[in-house]
Each structure stands twice: as C-alpha cells, then as structure tokens.
Write a protein of this length. Structure first.
Length: 974
C-alpha cells in the first residue's frame, strides 16, 4: 500500500520514540488537579467520626507541629524499624542518597521509567482486554502521581515513596525479561501503582486543605498502616530478588507474585476500603480519560507504523543482510555482562540523550570489546526508543564488509523511526531509481540529507542515535574517510538531534577522517586507556560469571567455587585490557570433551610475549600431539581448512566448505571440533562458519607468528591460500556450470521471473561463491600465472555459462569488473593468447550486459547471434548458438570501434566529457539532465537535475572534483 505524503508528514512520532512526547507538556493548572471535588451526597453517608471531628476541634491532629515534621511515610518507616528492622535493612539501600536528600528528582525519574516500561509492555504484549486494563491502571497512577509530586515532596522529604515506586519499576523490568510470567508481574505492578497513587492523593488533600471536616486520628492511622504494609512488601520483593540473583528468574517471579502480594492485599484490605469510601476517590483520583486517550493513541500509532513499514518496504532499498542490530545472523553475539562497563555505558547513554556533540567515537585496539559495547549501547537506545538505525560492519561477511549497501541499509531503518522522511526518499527514488548503486556522496545527499531537510522542525522525535560498529572493517578504506566527511553534515544542515555512535580500531584512515572534523563536534573514548583497575574489575566479573556456568554444568567434576579467586585474578591480570582473551579462555575451557581444569591450566601457565599470542597459542597448541606423523597431519589439515576459512570473502557453511575443498563434511567437522573457542561452528551444516573475532585472522597471517619458532607452523601464507581457493573455485564452476542451468522455459524469461527456490537449487552456495569470488582470490595470488592455463581452459568451456550465472544472480556488473581485473592480471604475464581472448570478452559483455541483466538466456539468442563473425568469443562458442537458428542475421566481420552504447536520456545528447582519470563520463541532454556514467561497467552513477532548459555543455575541472554545465536557461551550474 502507499501512503499520502501529508499523512506521513503529519505523524509527530514513530512508535519507538513516541512516549516521551506523548507524556510531555502535561502542565496543568494546579487547582484543576489538586483540589478534590466535594463528595456527592448521593454516594456517601456521613461518618460519625467525621461529624464529631467537625464538632470537636480538639480532635484536629494538626494542632501540633509534630506531625508536620514527620509525615506519614516517616511514621511508617519508624514503625517498621521497631517491628521489623530486617526489612528496613533490606529496603534502605533502594535510596541512592540519604533519605533526607532524596527530594522529588528520583521519584520523577522512576515515574518516567514506569510510563515508558508500561508502554513497551503494552505494545509487545498486545491489546488484550486484561493487559489493556492493567496498562491503563499503571499509566493512570503514574500520570496522576506526577501531577502532585511537587506537593508530595513537601510531606515526604524522606523519599520512601520513591522506594515503593522502584518496586513497580522492578516488576515491569522483570516482566520484560520473562515473558511466560509477564501477566502476573504486570498485574502486581498495576496493583501497587494504583494503591500508591490513591494514598498519595488522600495525603495531598489531607495536608493541602487541612479541613477538619475530613481530618482525624483514625484516618491517619489507616494511612500509616497502609504505608507500613507497602514498605514491608517492598522489602520482601527486594529480598526475594537479591536472594535469587544468578538463579532462574522464574524463582523470583513466582515468589514475588504469590505470597508477598497476597499478604499485602490482606493486611490493608480494611484500611484501603475505609480510605476509599472516605474521599470517594473514583470521582477525582483517576485520570482515566487521559490514560485511555494515551492507549488509543498508541493503538493508532501501532497501526500507523505498520503502514510506514509497508511504505518503506515498497521503496525496495538494498539491504545488507545481518548488518543491523538484533539480526538473525548475530543473535548469539553477546552484550556486556550486568555490572560491567557501567561508567562507560552511562556516559554513552547520557551523550545520546543530552550532548551537543553529534558524534561519539569509541576506539580501541583489537579485542578490547568494542562490538560487545556497541551491541549493549544499541540495546539500551532501542529500549529507550531512540535507536534510529544501526550497521555492524564485519570483514569477510559479504555486504557487511563494504559500504555498497551502507546508506541504503541505514535509510531503510531510519525511515521507520522518522516516517516523515518517507516522502523525500520516495521522491528521490522516483526521480532516479539507480541511486542505491551510485556514489556514497550521492546516496547520502539524496537518500538521507535531503529527506531529513524536508522534515519540519518539531515533527521528529527529540533524539535519534545511529550506531555504526567496526568502521575499520569496511573496504575500501577510502570510503571510510568519505563516510566521516558526510556524517557531520546531518547536524550542520538539519535541526534534528541525530547522533552517530561509532566504534573502530584507531586505523590511519579513521584517524585522518576525525582530524578533519572540528574537535568540539565529537566526543571520543579510547578503551585501552580507561582505568586499568576498572577494566580488570569488569574482566573479573565476566570470568566469575562464565566459570560459574562451567562449574554448574560440570559440578560432578568441579567443586563449588572453582577455579577460585586467585586464579581468576591471575587470568584477569593476563587478559587486561583484552576482553577477547577472557572470552577465548572461557570458550576453550568450556569444551565438554576435555577436563576444564587442565584446559584452564594451559592458559594459566602460558608465558608468551604478546597478548594475542597468549590468547591464541593455547588453542593452537592442541595440534601439537606427541606423534610427529599425527602432528604433521593435523597441521596440514589446519592449513587447508582453517587457513581457508579465515580468508574467505564471505563465510561458507560446512557443506559448502566441503564442496569447495573437495573433502567430506565429517573430516572437516572432526578437525573443527578443536576450534570452537575461536570459530562459530553451527550444528546445522547449512549455516555459515565464522571467525568469532577478526584478531584470530590477524594473528595467523602476522609476520611475527611466522618468525616465532614456536608458532611458525601455524602461520597462514595469505597469498598461497588465495591461490588455492581460486583454483578450487575454478574447479567447482567447471563441475557445475552449464547452459540454462536453472532450466528456464524460454530464452525470453526475465531475471525477475526466476524463482529464488530455483536459483538456490541449481546454484548452491558453494557455486555462487565460486562465481562471485574466483577472480578476487586469483588477483591476490603470489603467482597467478601458475593457474592461468587452468583458467583459460575454464573460460573457453564455460565463459558464457559463468556470465549466465552472474546474470541470474543479478551481478553482471561484477562480472564486468572481474573481466577488467583479469585483463590487468594477464597484460604482461600471459603468453597463451589469454589476454587477447579477454579483450574480445570485454567487448562482448560491454555490448550485451544490459540485455543479459534483464534476461540471462539472451546471452545466447541475442548476444552470441549478433556478435561479429570473426569475434573470438563467437568462434569459441559457436556450439552454443540456439538450435532453432537456421540462418544467422547479417553482422560485421569484426568488432566495430563502438565499445558500448549507453542509454538513459529521453532527448538528444548535446555534450559529453570524460573525467581526468577516465573513470566517469558526463553527458548533457535536451531532456534538461546531466548523467554521469561508470566507464568500466557502463552503469549510470548519477542523474543531475537542476536546469530548467536543455543542457548544451558539460566539462570536468582538472582535478575531477567539479563538473560545470551550461544550459539554454542562461545558467552555468557547478
């Protein structure tokens, strides 16, 4: 479905960030809310105590100042201290400051958190009657209490009310993390919130008016008894929660939602009824209309956001698989352990909400935990409703290792968060559908900057954070500098509070990029420069947690408390500041096939030079068995299997790896069993095997590993392995490629008509990988000439089949780039006629690339038929001409001078110009547009639309940075 532009522009908030604005600005006239209406005589009868109170002023408890000094909460606290000091001892730590200093700030903070948590639970649980009623009760209570919090602070300077509200918040937090008991927790929070607010309104009325008509000692005692019960319940909940830390949360949930809550309800039943009838609270306490309106608005926003998602999906923006936070591919990646990185996380979250610096650069060397922190930060921002988008780069993971789909992936997420962007993005794609394939600068300007500029001030939410992790792992490195040049422009050009959180190693291109940014515009933290004691403390907590899990699983072999604080402290000292060291140790020790204590000893006794050596050598030493023959076989398998895995351009599954390496899955799995601590090895043979951390690759290919006698046998010769992989790719393609590989019904079948299941069946992952990356590996080989004869044999047999496969995969432009790379590779090295064959190949594919991209089998029925008679490619593949062709059309003998025909203008072309490096061609047309073309692939890179009349002249500046155009509209544009 499509959404009218005005519909999206009128949306004030996205579902993820709406709450703060929904509940903001509810300042009301104090008298409207704080003055209780007079009781209706139809609903209440006179109480004898009240009558006597009016007749006898001696009953007025306000005649002394003692009550003013104490307050009901203080009275309740004192009473509980005398009767149940243990509960007080448990409850008191709930206040972060001394009671007398608590004020109302903490209460406001907790209430705001409750409102947000309630909305999140309501949205996640669904709009069932039961959940809706409880959500309305909690919202109603929190909103009402917010209205009188200033007055409440006067008679509760202790802050004990905030301690009780903290229990409401705790219940909602536990509900979020334990879905099967969510209803019970939600209900208990709703009951307590409702009770607290009703008592607060009574007390506000009680202190505010001091009306002797409604004041007497009996009512005072009822309030105090209710508060004592609430404090006792709060202490019991906290006690249960603390005693069950580290255990199954189900124990805490059951304990909290059963006996303590029942006791609370029973103990105050009489007082609650008495107080309730006293002020006929139903008439003035509940702001049900506002709570109902809030939930109705959320209902509408939930429906609206689905419309926005549908609209964004219709934009058909390319999306980098697995790059966003919470993706299926990264579902097992960890986040920071609770209690670790606390100061840093608070700093980042504070920056995300209030800082005037729009960039936060978290940098650190390999293994310091940057990605783990990035995931934790993304989770926090998502829960806070301000995560606009995310992109987690990962080298060797296809689209996650490049910037090709970076901006389009960001836009697809950001447009859901800020739906007012959608009309601008739709307009840009309508004018130029090829934008996602164009330069980073044009993608940024047309898909992000211009749509954001169209968002009116105040329409979007007040804060949006975009998380970008591992920027150093994207290629090419030149793109990193471009990204860092572009991101600050969002803040400069728009009035929206959009911030970018970036992590990376401090590589040269990134340092250079930040050097170009005004230092006052960004905040930076260097992980390894944080206080070493803090880092070590966090590593100790992590090791304790992980070793506790190992001990529980192996408790028959390991004593409680294993491995002991002394060994944990020693390991933390060895690891600091590298969390990857600690993580690798834990995964290594957790292997159930070995004695965990012996495995731990291997790390504890390690005395190596570098931190990375200490991290990975104990893992690799498993290969050094006593028998020399067995040892050599294991190392040979390591080089063949692990050496290939770390150099793949895109991860492969176990089955695909076996296909590529021509070995059995069983042999590979047996060998990989030794490396679970450094590789992610799914039990499903169809899922990809990944390195857990890039530092493992870096360690294996590092010259220091080669130079050290103890580790030289583990060193992976990158270039030799690339040659091996290239050769295996050619073998796989030669085995499977053939004409009409997907068994299409006709030569005219469009690529878009080919079902994905058919592609997956006929072009399995190993074959797809070989087709895409064989040239990538070949160009990185030490001596490509050694396998060029094999390559030429393959090309003369399967070149057209390879083009067909790449066309089916929608990657014909990659094939053109690959042919150009082969031409460069063979220019001075080939003596077997391969270079001439490739020159002819380039002419052929440039001529027919567009039609092959639309209908792959046209490669034979159009491309080959209309190729010149003497073209090498036609002579080589004459056997592939369609059988139904009885007479060939008349064609040239040889290729004419025309290299390629570029089509895209809808009017005469008046002017063309090449850039200085020959990489771009500009064309000016009667259709009032200027188009920029990639001369390598013939792809349209940009369409410039600014003239109001035909363009007659275009020219590049000498440095290629500017393009000038002259038009009949009497203007020259740069």
């Amino acid at each position: 479905m499509d959404i009218p532009s005005d519909s999206i522009q009128n949306k004030t908030h996205s579902i993820f960030g709406c709450l703060k604005s929904v509940f903001r600005g509810r300042k009301r006239d104090k008298d409207t809310h704080l003055t209780a209406p007079k009781p209706s005589t139809s609903n209440i009868t006179a109480d004898p105590d009240e009558t006597s109170g009016r007749a006898n002023p001696e009953n007025d408890i306000f005649k002394t100042n003692d009550h003013d000094a104490k307050g009901f909460w203080q009275m309740a606290y004192n009473e509980l201290t005398e009767s149940d000091p243990n509960s007080v001892a448990i409850l008191f730590p709930l206040t972060e400051t001394k009671p007398q200093d608590a004020g109302d700030a903490r209460t406001r903070e907790i209430l705001d958190k409750i409102v947000k948590a309630t909305e999140a639970q309501y949205r996640k649980k669904g709009r069932t009657d039961g959940i809706r009623a409880t959500a309305e009760k909690i919202l109603n209570s929190a909103l009402s209490f917010q209205d009188i919090v200033n007055n409440i602070a006067k008679f509760d300077p202790t802050g004990y009310a905030s301690s009780a509200w903290a229990i409401v918040s705790l219940g909602l937090t536990m509900a979020k993390n334990h879905t099967d008991r969510k209803g019970a927790l939600f209900d208990s929070s709703g009951y307590l919130a409702d009770l607290l607010t009703r008592c607060a309104f009574i007390e506000e009325q009680y202190y505010g008016d001091r009306d002797p008509a409604i004041v007497n000692a009996a009512k005072e005692r009822s309030i105090v008894r209710v508060y004592v019960a609430i404090l006792r319940y709060s202490a019991e909940v906290r006690r249960v929660q603390q005693s069950n830390k580290g255990k199954d949360i189900a124990e805490s949930v059951t304990a909290i939602t059963s006996q303590p809550l029942t006791q609370l309800k029973t103990s105050i039943k009489e007082e609650e009824a008495h107080l309730y009838h006293w002020l006929v609270l139903d008439q003035h306490l509940h702001r049900r209309k506002e709570a109902e309106a809030t939930l109705n608005r959320l209902d509408k926003l939930t429906m609206d956001i689905q419309e926005v998602r549908d609209a964004v999906d219709m934009l058909n923006l390319p999306f980098a698989k697995g790059a966003f936070f919470g993706s299926f591919e990264d579902q097992h990646e960890g986040e920071c352990l609770p209690g670790t990185r606390t100061e840093l996380l608070q700093q980042v979250q504070g920056w995300g909400r209030s800082s005037d610096k729009h960039l936060f650069w978290l940098n650190g060397m390999a293994g310091t935990g940057k990605s783990t922190i990035a995931r934790t930060v993304a989770r926090a921002f998502e829960e806070d409703g301000i995560l606009g988008a995310s992109f987690f780069f990962k080298r060797g993971e296809g689209d996650r290792g490049s910037t090709a789909k970076f901006f389009s992936t960001i836009v697809k997420q950001l447009a859901v968060h800020i739906p007012q962007m959608v009309p601008g993005v739709r307009k840009a794609l309508g004018e130029d559908p090829a934008i996602p394939g164009k330069s980073l600068r044009e993608q940024f300007n047309k898909l992000i900057l211009q749509p954001l500029l169209a968002v009116k001030h105040g329409e979007a939410i007040d804060a949006t954070v975009i998380v970008i992790d591992a920027l150093d792992e994207c290629e090419p490195q030149e793109d990193v500098e471009i990204i860092l040049d572009l991101l600050p422009r969002v803040e400069t050009a728009t009035n929206l509070a959009i911030r970018f959180f970036l992590t990376s190693r401090p590589e040269i291109p990134i340092r250079f990029g930040f050097d170009q940014i005004d230092r006052s515009k960004y905040q930076t933290t260097i992980l390894q420069n944080l206080d070493e004691d803090v880092i070590k403390h966090d590593i100790v907590l992590y090791l304790r947690e992980e070793f506790s899990k190992i001990q529980q699983k192996r408790r028959h072999a390991l004593s409680p408390g294993w491995p002991g604080e002394e060994r944990i402290e020693a390991l933390a000292t060895m690891a600091c500041p590298l969390f990857i060291f600690a993580a690798t140790v834990c995964r290594f020790v957790a292997d159930r096939r070995f004695d965990p204590d012996e495995r731990l000893q291997e790390f504890s006794t390690s005395s190596t030079g570098s931190k990375m050596d200490g991290t990975y050598r104990p893992v690799l030493n498993q290969l050094l068995v006593q028998d020399a023959t067995d040892r050599n076989k294991l190392i040979e398998k390591f080089q063949k299997i692990i050496g290939v895995i770390i150099l793949l351009a895109n991860p492969l599954s176990l089955s695909s790896l076996a296909e590529l390496l021509e070995t059995s899955e069983r042999h590979i799995r047996i060998h990989l069993d030794l490396f679970h601590s450094v590789l992610s090895i799914p039990s499903d043979a169809r899922l990809p095997i990944r390195t857990l951390h890039l530092s493992f690759h870096d360690y294996l290919v590092n010259d220091r590993t080669k130079d050290e006698e103890a580790t030289s046998q583990f060193w992976v010769d990158e270039r030799a392995k690339h040659e091996l992989i290239a050769s295996q790719c050619v073998t796989v393609m030669g085995r499977y490629l053939k004409k009409n590989i997907c068994e299409l019904p006709s030569y005219g079948t469009s690529r878009t008509e080919i079902h994905l299941d058919s592609i997956a069946r006929h072009l399995p992952p190993a074959l797809q990988y070989a087709c895409r990356y064989w040239v990538y590996h070949l160009t990185r080989s030490p001596a490509p000439a050694r396998i060029l004869d094999k390559v030429l044999i393959f090309l003369k047999e399967h070149l057209l089949h390879w083009f067909e496969a790449m066309g089916i995969l929608g990657m014909i432009s990659e094939a053109i780039i690959a042919v150009n790379s082969l031409l460069q590779l063979t220019k001075e090295r080939s003596s077997n006629g391969m270079h001439m064959f490739l020159l002819d190949t380039r002419r052929f594919i440039l001529k027919f690339a567009q039609i092959v991209d639309m209908a792959p089998l046209q490669l034979y029925s159009s491309g080959l038929i209309f190729a010149p008679h003497k073209a090498l490619i036609r002579e080589t593949f004459v056997r592939e001409l369609p059988a139904w062709l009885y007479k060939s059309p008349k064609v040239e003998e040889y290729w004419d001078p025309e290299m390629q025909t570029l089509e895209g203008h809808c009017g005469p072309v008046h002017s063309v110009a090449f850039s200085g490096d020959g990489q771009l061609l500009a064309s000016g047309s009667w259709d009032r547009t200027i188009k920029l073309w990639d001369t390598t692939t013939g792809a349209l890179k940009h369409t410039l639309e600014s003239h109001s009349d035909p363009v007659y002249s275009v020219a590049f500046s000498n440095n290629g940075q500017l393009l000038a155009s002259g038009s009949e509209d009497h203007t020259i544009k740069l």
